[in-house]
Design a protein around this ligand. Structure first.
Ligand SMILES: [Zn+2]
Length: 438
């Protein structure tokens, strides 16, 4: 193994035109920091002139001195690491101009090698702040922002097309954004983010979606939304052919929240000084999860010791006891379980039938939810027809929360958005990597 090869191997340099001679490294103080500097040379036999394109025949292009530049490398030993590269200058006799040797390790007139940019882009998907990212790579935070921006630019919205199936959602954004919530929309089938907008207010969304032609918008067949979001009128106005689908997860969430509130109301009835009441209170408090659980999945065979009952009970026995404490809770529980069963069985008729025949003692929380469900019946029908859900967007939303918590430095919405796009869109990310380093 030659010396050049070993050093290229150690520094992860692929270009064999870069060679290293005898005294090829030293420690040096750069920008006030003890750094490692490698001295290399870049030269080759150019096939043609970079300026006039004339082929290099019979020494029409000759070597003409060097130009040295100091390039930032990925640090291998936690020291800032640089490559002082002597790039060959060539002289073309045909056009009487000079040009500098190029390498795929670094873009023209750039002083950070592509491997560093790639590393920053890849690590920006992890839970790390911009400042730490800059520190780790011995570049300025501004450079980090710029590199991430370059990546994000590769997935600008084209406004030329839209997928047939869309999902809309919103998330809590950064402080600088006027609206409290930002808007995100994605392809329901491919699960890739199409766009993130700072403001979810209807006027802003309208302006954004009108940048797509009506022809493009008319191709959208379904849009999944959350019931609580105000997008109905927007969708009717801008997507004439689209069916609205209420997200399945939110459907379940709505009724389970109502049941939970009902449980809390009955629980608080027993929050008295009487010891007997206190016991009931504790049980209603402790088994909240079990009440929300799909009753068809409750265990009726396995007996486990329950501290609050001071004895062995199966899950179904626990539930039977809890709902026997309060008739409103009992009716509401049954209603909830019937709706849940219909959702899981994908049985729309049963769902609507149950909704239209509520039990006598339904809690007012569940009554309100029931009203909401009736109001959105056509959209809920679509939930039972189509398999699309906002699940992927929910996953993205969780990721956004993590990014926000870790990378607290997001004063600007744009860099926040870029970071989200980078960490969530794998396919686009790879294209971005290619573009950035080609
Ligand atoms: Zn030339």
């Amino acid at each position: 193994m030659s010396q050049s090869h070993s050093i290229r191997f150690a520094l992860d340099i692929k270009d064999k035109n870069i060679t290293f001679g005898e005294n090829n490294c030293a420690e040096q103080l750069i920008k006030g920091k003890q750094s490692k500097v490698f001295y290399g040379k870049l030269t080759y036999h150019p096939k043609r002139c970079a300026n006039c394109g004339m082929e290099n025949e019979e020494y029409s292009i000759i070597k003409h001195g060097y130009k040295t530049s100091r390039l930032t490398l990925n640090s291998t030993t936690h020291y800032p690491t640089y490559l002082e590269l002597k790039k060959q200058r060539f002289y073309c006799k045909a056009c009487e101009t000079t040009f500098i040797a190029e390498t795929r390790e670094v873009n023209r007139s750039c002083f950070i090698v592509n491997a560093v940019k790639q590393s920053i882009a890849v690590e920006s998907q992890d839970k790390i702040s911009m400042k730490d990212l800059a520190k780790r790579h011995f570049v300025s935070p501004v450079t980090v922002t710029r590199i991430i921006e370059q990546f994000a630019n590769s997935f600008r919205i084209s406004f030329q097309s839209l997928p047939e199936h869309l999902s809309f959602d919103e998330f809590k954004s950064v402080k600088s954004v006027t609206g409290k919530l930002s808007f995100i929309y994605a392809d329901s089938e491919k699960h890739s983010i199409i766009g993130i907008l700072p403001d979810r207010r209807l006027s802003c969304l309208k302006e954004h979606f009108q940048r797509y032609s009506l022809k493009v918008r008319s191709k959208v067949k379904t849009i999944v939304i959350d019931m609580n979001t105000p997008y109905f009128s927007l969708i009717h106005a801008l997507f004439p052919k689209a069916q609205i689908i209420i997200d399945r997860f939110h459907l379940v969430q709505l009724i389970s929240r109502s049941l939970n509130k009902t449980r809390i109301t009955s629980m608080n009835q027993y929050n008295t000084s009487k010891p007997e009441d206190k016991k009931k209170y504790r049980k209603l408090k402790h088994y909240w999860k079990l009440l929300l659980k799909d009753s068809t999945k409750l265990d009726y065979q396995k007996y486990e010791y329950h501290r609050l009952f001071k004895g062995y009970k199966s899950e179904t026995e626990v539930i039977d006891y809890l709902i026997s404490l309060d008739s409103t809770l009992q009716d509401t529980y049954q209603f909830y379980q019937d709706l849940l069963y219909a959702i899981h069985q994908n049985d729309f008729e049963a769902f609507i039938a149950r909704l239209n025949a509520p039990p006598v003692q339904l809690s007012h929380y569940m009554k309100t939810s029931s009203k909401t469900l009736k109001k959105y019946t056509p959209a809920i029908h679509n939930t039972f027809i189509y398999a699309f859900s906002n699940g992927p967007l929910e996953g993205i939303n969780n990721k956004i929360k993590v990014i926000k918590r870790i990378a607290f430095g997001f004063r600007s919405f744009t860099s926040f958005r870029n970071r989200i796009l980078l960490s969530c869109n794998t396919q686009i990310k790879n294209e971005g990597l290619k573009k950035l380093t080609s």
